[in-house]
Design a protein around this ligand. Structure first.
Ligand code: ZN
Length: 198
């Protein structure tokens, strides 16, 4: 099959999506061009706008097109409780699966010295500034239960101690090596309620 020209380019670019290989990309490209050109145009325009306008919340670092995300800007949320997660997707997952009414802090990764990811890359200086104000009562460490996620939780737990802030780790139900994204909401809800001080 030829992969030249705009059509080839479209197929190749669709392959940047997770889980999309050349065959699926080919199917998508033909579908968009033959069956749904309007949908394709909307998709392209929304992707462009999202890329131009969506940045990071100044307080919690999650994705938003505003200076502060919806959760940080919501005065009914308890900002003395902060749930620490690895990715913006985890904010949505925890928020949908639990009755958590506090705020979040997004690391955008986990400590990984071999990959050059240290405390600065995770925005921990920003988190420390927040702890230093004395307004935070508890950190809930909801990093993934991988080796690096555990090490990150431990590291942040030590920072919390420095500021005499209670830190708890989500516990039961999250399988070892598991990532929050792939856990059903019942299990995650249970894990959240069963968090313990570390
Ligand atoms: Zn925010």
């Amino acid at each position: 099959m030829h992969k030249k020209g705009l059509l080839g380019q479209l197929i190749q670019n669709l392959c940047c999506l997770p889980g999309v290989g050349p065959k699926t990309a080919q199917r998508m490209a033909f579908y968009l061009l033959q069956r749904d050109r309007n949908g394709a145009r909307n998709l392209a325009e929304t992707v462009l706008q999202a890329i131009d306008k969506i940045g990071h919340c100044e307080q919690c670092r999650t994705l938003t097109e505003y200076p502060f995300c919806e959760i940080c800007a919501d005065s009914s949320r308890d900002d003395s409780l902060i749930c620490i997660v690895e990715s913006p997707a985890d904010v949505w997952i925890v928020d949908q699966a639990t009755q958590f009414k506090g705020c979040y802090f997004v690391l955008h990764g986990r400590l990984s010295p071999l990959d050059g990811i240290g405390p600065d890359e995770l925005g921990l200086d920003l988190l420390e500034q927040r702890l230093a104000t004395g307004s935070v009562k508890e950190l809930i460490l909801a990093t993934n239960s991988t080796v690096e996620g555990e090490a990150t939780a431990y590291f942040i737990g030590e920072i919390a101690k420095k500021y005499q802030v209670q830190a708890s780790r989500i516990a039961h139900g999250v399988p070892m090596g598991g990532e929050l994204e792939f856990i059903d909401s019942g299990t995650l809800s249970h894990a959240f309620k069963g968090r313990k001080e570390i």
